[in-house]
Structure formats: structure tokens, C-alpha cells
Design a protein around this ligand. Structure first.
Ligand code: S3P
Length: 446
């Protein structure tokens, strides 16, 4: 991935005047990955509008091409995918370079596990530290074989099997990636593959698999767990997909508009799937003025426009049960808490330690370096807010190849006295190309 070969690109973000304007954010990363994977498995041409053209999604596109799909972008920005059919993926001739993308890696491991293919997965330093055992274990139960680096990490080689064995699997961690890996493996597995999800995670895979014509059902068992069943040896029908704006990207301008005094910003076309919209609820409970206008359905996903007005935020002690609905938004939520009135106590967040970086430690160190009062616990952070006063600023803050850390500290810089220097903005290209231009469009910087 080119971004990781060049020299780091530091940048300093300084106190901003009131933000304003109407903006849009790039397409949803999770939905973009899934749209390419499922289109590549349908026979015929699917079209995808609004695809996130970030490095993570482009890694998925390259991998699907390496396995036989024809994927091109036309001059209008619509992506055209000619799929090969479930069960007909080709043997990749090169190692699959997943760059920084955990979603590409884990979902493709599932997809390939039930095909008679051998694939090697490689990634950058961040991805090579992340645990893959959570997908290796259940996929091994289905019959796939793995040779992984110590600790179940990348680089790893997967030998898929056809026919694979259908399994019933109860998720030991709340993970949409593990759930999706198993559902994708189930597509080419005879019989019913079943995933039991005690805590609901993002359901884009279920929605889109149904949209492509897979026989997939969701039931709730006596304990309230979601039971997702997919019938294998599916035939997928090509689709026209419109990808909504990514709520995880909208999170950054949303918090910026709440924190910079006098701001009002409209963010159009934001995905508001309830399994993703936890940050909006959290910020509202903190006192944030966020209005949802024009709620609508786009391609089976709820979408709306957000009008965000600068607000007095209070500290919060959120229920850890909401973590899956805002799992990627904690770094920017910590920035909001650092500027709030009173103390915030975040608990039950051990999963943040295995994201693109250890997001508890990385955020604690960075926030302290720019003047916030933060205590790190085993499973969370305790943050004393400044009561609306700007942070002192400082840096350079280490972002450790983590796009969401880089963007969170960029936003913190907008509400600092001395500015915040981010050590490397290159990782932002994985999920949010145009992030800095968008800050400029809101008047945050020249
Ligand atoms: C994702 C699921 C989440 C999230 C990631 C994208 C997905 O990961 O953090 O950015 O698209 O399924 P986990 O499933 O590991 O929680």
C-alpha cells in the first residue's frame, strides 16, 4: 500500500472559527466492502454507487479481482462488478495484500474458507498485530486449514475446503466481522450455517445477503440472542447498490460542530442503521443538539441528514451494552468527553485494544499530551472534561497507523489553544479520503 511506504505526513490543526455549511461524507466502509464481495459472487453485472474509494475498500476490490471478478469504475464514479458465482472463485496467483484492513481480511477469510482455494493474506504492521484466531477457530470447525504467524496473526495461509461442513456457532466476542465471515463461508456450504449473536452487532451483511437473494433468516431465541441462519449453495442475483454516507466518518464533523462554539453544520446522507447509530444517541444524552431530518430508506438501509449545532456537553457514564453500535466512534467520543462539563466513565471497552491500534492506550497518551485529564483502566477511560474550555494543545501525537486516532486528534486541534500536531495523516486515506478538504469546506481551516 503506497501510503505506508512514503514518509510520515505530520499536520497541525489549530483553533477554528464557527463551523458552517452543508457537507457529505464518503460512503460507508462496511457496506462498501460487502457490496464488492457479494457482487463478485453474483453472476452478471452489479452496479455500486457511492462506494467508499478508500484504501481498505480498494484492497477488497483487488482481492476480488485476483479471484476472478471484473471490477471497474466508470467516469461518473459508478462501480461495475461482473461476478463469477458462488463456488466459482478462482485461485489467486498472488498473496492478498490487505493493507490496514481488518474487515477485508476477516470477511475474505470466511469467503475463501468454503472454496477449494489456497490464499495467503499479508498486511501492514498494524494489521499484522491483530488477532485472527477469532475467525480461524470457527472456520477450522468448518474444515478450512490455516498456517498463521504466532498468535494467530498475519501473514497467514488459508486452505479452503469444498464442500465445507455447516456449523452452529455462538459468538464469544461481539463481532460483526466474525459473524460476517461465517455467513460468507455459509454461502458455499451445503445445508444451514447458523451464527448465534448474544449481543447485536452491525447487520449490513444480513441485509445485503437477503437483498442479493440468499436464503437467510434472523430469529430471536429465548435469551434474546439473534440466531442468523443461512442456507448454503446460494445463487446470488446481481444488484444495483447505493452506499449511504458512513456514520463512522460523519462522527468527526459531528463532534467538531458540537465543540466549536457558534457552529451549525448539516451533514447529508448519513447511514443511520440502529446497529451503527450509537454515537448520535450518546452525544444527545451528553446534551448535543443533533436533529435528524429527511429520514428515508436507501437500498434497505435507514439514512437521514443531520443538523448539528454547537452545544454544552456534559460528562457521561454510558452502558457498555451500547458499545457495538458505536465501536469505531469511541476515539472521537473521548475527545467530546475531554471538552465536556464533568467526568465521563467509559467501561467494558476491551475490544478497543485490538483495533487498528490499542485505542484505549493510544487515546489516553495522546489526550494527556494535549492537556486533557485522562485515567486509563483495564477496559476503558475515565476523563475529566475541561467544562468547555479549549485544550492546551501540543503533540506530535502518535497515531500508530490508525486512521480514527489521526482524525480524532485533528478535531481536538480545532478546540485547542496552541494547536494539535498529528504525527502522520496518511492513515486517514484508509477510510476518509478528502477529510482535510471537508474541514476546509466547513471553515475549520484555510
Ligand atoms: C466492521 C466491524 C467492526 C468494526 C470495523 C468494521 C465490519 O469490527 O470495528 O471497523 O464491517 O463488520 P468487529 O467486528 O471486530 O467489532
Amino acid at each position: 500500500m503506497p501510503a505506508h511506504n512514503d514518509a510520515p505526513t505530520p499536520a497541525t490543526f489549530t483553533a477554528a472559527p464557527a463551523l458552517s455549511g452543508t457537507i457529505t461524507v464518503p460512503g460507508d466502509k462496511s457496506i462498501s466492502h460487502r457490496s464488492l464481495m457479494l457482487s463478485a459472487l453474483a453472476i452478471g453485472e452489479s452496479r455500486v454507487e457511492g462506494l467508499l474509494e478508500g484504501e481498505d475498500v480498494l484492497a477488497t476490490a483487488d482481492a476480488m479481482r485476483a479471484m476472478g471478478a471484473d471490477i471497474v469504475r466508470d467516469a461518473d464514479g459508478t462501480w461495475h462488478v461482473h461476478g463469477v458465482g458462488v463456488g466459482c472463485l478462482l485461485q489467486p496467483q498472488v498473496a492478498l495484500d490487505m493493507g490496514n484492513s481488518g474487515t477485508s481480511t476477516r470477511l475474505l477469510m470466511g469467503l475463501i474458507a468454503s472454496h477449494a482455494l489456497t490464499a495467503t493474506f499479508v498486511g501492514d504492521a498494524s494489521l499484522s498485530r491483530r488477532p485472527m484466531g477469532r475467525v480461524i477457530d470457527p472456520l477450522s470447525n468448518m474444515g478450512a486449514a490455516f498456517t498463521a504467524s504466532p498468535g494467530g496473526r498475519l501473514p497467514l495461509t488459508l486452505r479452503g475446503i469444498c464442500p465445507a461442513v455447516p456449523i452452529e456457532y455462538r459468538l464469544p466476542v461481539a463481532s460483526a466481522q466474525v459473524k460476517s465471515a461465517l455467513l460468507l463461508a455459509g454461502l458455499n456450504t451445503p445445508g444451514i450455517t447458523r451464527v448465534i449473536e448474544p449481543v447485536a452487532t452491525r447487520d449490513h451483511s444480513e441485509r445485503m445477503l437477503r437483498g442479493f437473494g440468499a436464503d437467510l433468516t434472523v430469529d430471536i431465541d429465548n435469551d434474546g440472542a439473534r440466531v442468523i441462519s443461512i442456507r448454503g449453495e446460494a445463487m446470488l442475483q446481481p444488484q444495483n447498490i447505493v452506499v449511504p454516507g458512513d456514520p463512522s466518518s460523519a462522527a468527526f464533523p459531528m463532534v467538531a460542530a458540537l465543540l466549536v462554539p457558534g457552529s451549525q453544520v448539516t451533514i447529508r446522507n448519513v447511514g443511520l442503521n440502529p446497529t451503527r447509530a450509537g454515537l448520535v444517541d450518546l452525544l444527545r444524552e451528553m446534551g448535543g443538539d443533533i436533529a435528524i431530518i429527511r429520514p428515508r430508506d436507501v437500498g434497505g438501509e435507514p439514512v437521514g441528514d443531520l443538523v448539528v449545532t454547537a452545544s454544552r456537553l456534559s460528562g457521561i457514564d454510558p452502558d457498555p451494552a451500547r458499545a457495538p453500535s458505536m465501536i469505531d466512534e469511541y476515539p472521537i467520543a473521548f475527545v467530546a468527553a475531554a471538552l465536556a462539563h464533568g467526568r465521563s466513565v467509559f467501561r467494558g471497552l476491551e475490544e478497543l485494544r485490538v483495533k487498528e491500534s490499542d485505542r484505549l492506550t493510544t487515546m489516553a497518551i495522546g489526550l494527556r499530551a494535549i492537556g486533557a485529564q485522562v485515567e486509563e483502566t483495564e477496559d476503558g477511560l475515565i476523563i475529566e472534561g475541561t467544562g468547555g474550555e479549549p485544550l492546551s494543545g501540543g503533540g506530535p501525537v502518535a497515531t500508530l497507523l490508525d486512521h480514527r486516532i489521526a482524525m480524532s486528534f485533528a478535531i481536538a486541534g480545532l478546540v485547542s489553544r496552541g494547536g494539535v500536531t498529528v504525527d502522520d495523516m496518511r492513515p486517514v486515506a484508509t477510510s476518509f479520503p478528502g477529510f482535510v478538504d471537508l474541514l476546509k469546506a466547513m471553515g475549520a481551516m484555510e
